[in-house]
Structure formats: structure tokens, C-alpha cells
Design a protein around this ligand. Structure first.
Ligand SMILES: CC(C)(COP(=O)(O)OP(=O)(O)OC[C@H]1O[C@@H](n2cnc3c(N)ncnc32)[C@H](O)[C@@H]1OP(=O)(O)O)[C@@H](O)C(=O)NCCC(=O)NCCS
Length: 179
């Protein structure tokens, strides 16, 4: 399985995959309020392609928590092409993404997703009890992970979009074919 950094030319294929995976109305979800007008973290976007065909993708967005504006990551969207599910693609993308996020110094990762799937990575609802999201969600699906011990201790309040100066600067790497 070949995981590579997301590059600019991946964008249209990723958007198509996300429409298939989540439906075109996905942008109405609360998590999209945290992404609106903010670029995903360039260092963390990753894709899986086979023979040039996009099979899976994962992005992370920068967010901040509470009045203290504690930096965190919002994991997702993660999606795998329907015909390729159950082969471990999402698991590989997520483990690699979390490792890379830790290397980059992030301590907190949040997401809205199915706890039964995300438990194996260590995400729990218990860690987000003191946090709020800026719109309706099924709170059982609002999960957190500490990449650094006790990174969420004492952290509470609303999760906000990151301002440009709080988001990790950087741009996507050039595509290999364009290099
Ligand atoms: C969820 C998704 C990304 C998983 O991709 P994948 O590459 O098939 O996942 P993996 O191969 O790593 O893991 C598959 C395993 O997770 C399980 N699984 C998948 N989705 C699950 C869910 N929502 N809840 C619980 N378990 C789930 C599968 O049953 C399978 O179990 P097994 O290993 O015991 O057979 C993919 O199904 C997808 O794109 N779904 C639509 C978009 C989506 O829901 N994204 C996640 C948002 S929360």
C-alpha cells in the first residue's frame, strides 16, 4: 500500500471521493463550520493511489479550543473508495497521520465519528466531555485523543476555527508527476 503526501493535483479526486463517501450535503455538517475558510494542515494530508487511481484520503484541520485557544487537530475527513474498503487503507492512513501529527508537536486530536471504529486508535468520548462544538452533533460521536500525556487536562470550552496565524503555515508539496 502506497501512502503519499497529498499534493495539489489530488484535490479534485479527493472531493469526488468525499462526495461518494459522505454525500454532497456533507458541507452542511457541523465539522465543516470548523473547516470553512481554513486550509487543511498541509503536512498531514495523505492519499493512497493504486495505478494512479485514488483509493483513500485523509486530511486534518487545525482548530483551537476554548478562550485559551489551545491548538488541536480535527481528524477527517477520511474516506476509502467503496470497492476498496476493509483492506486496512483507512487504518494505515490514520496511524500514519497520528504518528506524523505527534512528530509535528500536536498534543490533541478531535473528531466526530463512530466510536467503535476509532476506539482502536485510542479515541474516546470521555476526553471531550468538557468541550463543545459550534453546531449540532450526536455527542456520542464527538471523540478525543491525547498524543501527549494529559494534553486535554484542564482544557475546556468551545472548539473554534483556527485563525491563519494559529494554523500551521505551509503549502502542499508538489505532485511527483509535476516534479
Ligand atoms: C470508514 C472508512 C473510512 C473505513 O475505511 P476502510 O479502509 O474500509 O477501513 P479499515 O480497512 O481500516 O477498517 C475496516 C474495519 O473497520 C470496520 N469499520 C468500518 N467502518 C466502521 C464503523 N463505522 N464502525 C465500526 N467499525 C467500522 C470494518 O467493519 C472493518 O472491520 P474488520 O477489520 O474487523 O473487518 C470507509 O468505510 C469509508 O470511507 N466510509 C465512508 C466515509 C466515512 O464514514 N468515513 C469515516 C467518517 S467517521
Amino acid at each position: 500500500m502506497n501512502i503519499t503526501p497529498e499534493c495539489p493535483e489530488d484535490d479534485s479526486d479527493i472531493e469526488r471521493l468525499l462526495d461518494i463517501a459522505f454525500g454532497q450535503d456533507r458541507v452542511g455538517k457541523t465539522v465543516y463550520r470548523l473547516r470553512a475558510g481554513v486550509a487543511p494542515v498541509a503536512d498531514l494530508g495523505a492519499v493512497i493511489r493504486e495505478d494512479g487511481v485514488l483509493k483513500g484520503s485523509l486530511r486534518f484541520w487545525p482548530v483551537v479550543i476554548g478562550e485559551a485557544r489551545v491548538p488541536a487537530l480535527l481528524l477527517g475527513p477520511v474516506a476509502v473508495a467503496p470497492a476498496d474498503r476493509g483492506k486496512g487503507y483507512a487504518r494505515a492512513l490514520i496511524w500514519q497521520g497520528l504518528d506524523r501529527a505527534r512528530e509535528l508537536g500536536y498534543g490533541i486530536v478531535l473528531l466526530v465519528g463512530d466510536e467503535p471504529y476509532y476506539l482502536k486508535f485510542g479515541f474516546t468520548r470521555a476526553l471531550t466531555k468538557g468541550l463543545e462544538l459550534p453546531g449540532p452533533v450526536d455527542l456520542r460521536r464527538f471523540l478525543g485523543l491525547e498524543l501527549r500525556s494529559h494534553a486535554l487536562a484542564g482544557v475546556s470550552g468551545m472548539v473554534h476555527r483556527a485563525n491563519p496565524d494559529e494554523a500551521r503555515a505551509g503549502s502542499l508539496p508538489a505532485c511527483e508527476s509535476a516534479a
